[in-house]
Design a protein around this ligand. Structure first.
Ligand SMILES: [Mg+2]
Length: 121
């Protein structure tokens, strides 16, 4: 089973998305800030991260930078309410595979998740 880690400070979004992903067969977990993501990844296999950009403390850009610094190979889809072109370009530059704007459409998100999980990085 492929595992997905949601990193988002919106607790309700995390809980809802985790349930939606579980219903279609993914093992999904979440943490509510960027700092908790790294200890989690040391303990668990993560195939894909769904990453919010705007979070208090370590934000999504910081998480992308830290993944690169620590040479952690993981696929990342950025999921953010602030669907600005600058954010998308910066995320891609920092290694994100794709970009979805919130509020997300689950079917669209699922297509993107399947596409990203299939490709090599
Ligand atoms: Mg946020």
């Amino acid at each position: 089973m492929e595992s997905i880690l949601i990193i988002d400070d919106d607790y309700n979004l995390c809980a809802a998305l985790r349930e939606e992903l579980a219903e279609v067969g993914y093992e999904a977990y979440y943490v509510n800030n960027g700092d908790d993501a790294f200890p989690y990844m040391e303990q668990h296999k993560v195939d894909l991260i769904l990453l919010d950009l705007k979070m208090p403390g370590k934000d999504g850009f910081d998480v992308l930078r830290e993944l690169a610094d620590k040479k952690i190979i993981v696929k990342v889809i950025v999921l953010t309410a602030y669907a600005d072109v600058k954010g998308a370009i910066e995320s891609a530059r920092l290694g994100a595979c794709d970009f979805i704007s919130k509020p997300y459409d689950f079917d669209e998100l699922l297509i993107t998740i399947r596409k990203v999980l299939q490709k090599d990085i």
